[in-house]
Design a protein around this ligand. Structure first.
Ligand SMILES: Cc1ncc(COP(=O)(O)O)c(C=O)c1O
Length: 389
């Protein structure tokens, strides 16, 4: 970013301090920047970028997103319906296991279906073939090549339930299939992808020339400044030239990377062997990956513990003892009522929210290029009670 862009961004972000309710803020400028990077990659190389809606699902932003990307990837009836009703096209669908009661409705919305097992493919094959429009079918594969250390996010670990290993398939299983999906990355660079492609070739190489497409899943951080998009494009070139495959990727995180904030306010400050600030959002309910991953989300204007004079543990407003965002140092003491702004909060947050402990869902709003904030969703008591018996 140029100095002018940095200053303009800082000025726009100033507006967030005026909010007095917990709110997710979608940064339209950053979202468009991410989408532009994907579009430019697609224009130079034989690769199609889909939005994995499990990371970010939005009726409001679908009209924008579909101008830049080559479609969406969904993993449930609800995501497919949201995509369909928002005009997204084409819709690629994969699920660990499809439900019979929803399958016919899915067929009416999607253009491709990837099955997780040979059993699911066998179960639904006749139904797909009877459907009047052509639906391209694929199988998820597990090349047993591990890049992710944390078992919670490792789709290729021992006893994984995702995709078929080479020992679970026979040649005849690939008859009538158009493609394969392999998802084994999480926040990775193009080098991990290159190793993954090599492992796919080693295990499933004999099938590649008879297929029409390969979907290399998500986990590619292609919108980050340090990501080598040229290398990614060259890998797509390689697969396209050697096997004549259409190459897809379906990132979620990268599409909305750094394009969202969670603004909250300090409710109380206590001292128990060190300062603790309780805020009106929750790691558990509103940013669960902080606990699951785990990771420490960044707060604007803060440093790591001890780097500046005032260090606080920031904790959420639920009764879960581990509902803690992390330790943060500030230049001056925090004040009750003061806003704090967590960054990179568009991915895997709103889609995973809960109202555990009856905590309110943060509102959702947009920050535009002029620094104007416009409301998108406001949540009250109804959003809590409507999902309970
Ligand atoms: C099959 C599949 N595709 C795509 C994604 C999106 O991954 P990411 O958001 O890390 O890019 C996931 C994430 O779990 C996934 O399971």
């Amino acid at each position: 970013m140029t100095v002018t862009q940095v200053n303009a961004k800082a000025k726009r972000l100033q507006q967030l301090n005026k909010l007095n309710r917990p709110s997710y803020i979608i940064d339209e400028v950053q979202l468009i920047e991410n989408l532009t990077r994907c579009q430019s990659l697609q224009s130079r190389y034989p690769i199609q970028v889909l939005l994995a809606m499990k990371a970010f699902s939005s009726q409001t932003y679908m009209p924008l997103i579909k101008q830049y990307l080559s479609g969406v990837s969904v993993s449930s009836y609800n995501e497919a319906r949201l995509a369909h009703e928002s005009g997204a096209h084409p819709i690629h669908c994969y699920s660990p296991a499809f439900e019979q009661g929803q399958f016919q409705a899915l067929l009416e919305m999607v253009s491709s279906i990837t099955f997780n097992s040979v059993g699911q493919w066998a179960h639904y094959k006749a139904q797909v073939n009877q459907y009047p429009a052509h639906i391209s079918c694929g199988l998820r594969i597990n090349p047993e090549h591990e890049e992710v250390k944390n078992p919670l996010y490792n789709p290729c670990g021992p006893r994984s339930r995702f995709g078929v290993t080479i020992n679970q398939v026979q040649k005849s299983d690939f008859k009538d299939l158009d493609g394969i999906l392999c998802h084994n990355l999480c926040g990775h660079s193009s080098h991990e992808l290159e190793r993954t492609i090599m492992s796919i070739e080693t295990k499933f190489g004999e099938y590649l020339s008879q297929l029409k497409w390969i979907n290399l899943g998500g986990g590619h951080m292609l919108t980050r400044d340090d990501y080598n998009r040229t290398h990614l494009g060259q890998l797509a070139d390689y697969l396209s030239d050697k096997y004549e495959l259409d190459v897809y990727i379906e990132p979620g995180e990268a599409i909305v990377y750094e394009a969202g904030y969670l603004v909250c306010q300090v409710l109380d400050i206590i001292d128990n062997g060190g300062l603790i600030a309780i805020v009106n959002v929750s790691a558990s309910a509103h940013m669960p990956d902080v606990i699951e991953m785990p990771y420490r989300p960044h707060i604007l204007g803060s440093k790591s513990a001890g780097k500046t004079p005032y260090t606080y543990q920031i904790g959420g407003n639920t009764c879960l003892s581990g509902d803690i965002m992390g330790e943060y140092a500030f230049e001056s003491p925090l004040q009750i009522g003061q806003p704090l702004i967590f960054t990179d909060m568009a991915q895997y947050t709103m889609v995973k929210n809960t109202t555990f402990n009856g905590v309110s869902l943060p509102d959702i709003a947009q920050l535009d290029s002029h620094g104007n904030i416009s409301p998108i969703q406001a949540f009250g008591y109804e959003s809590f009670v409507s999902r309970l018996p």
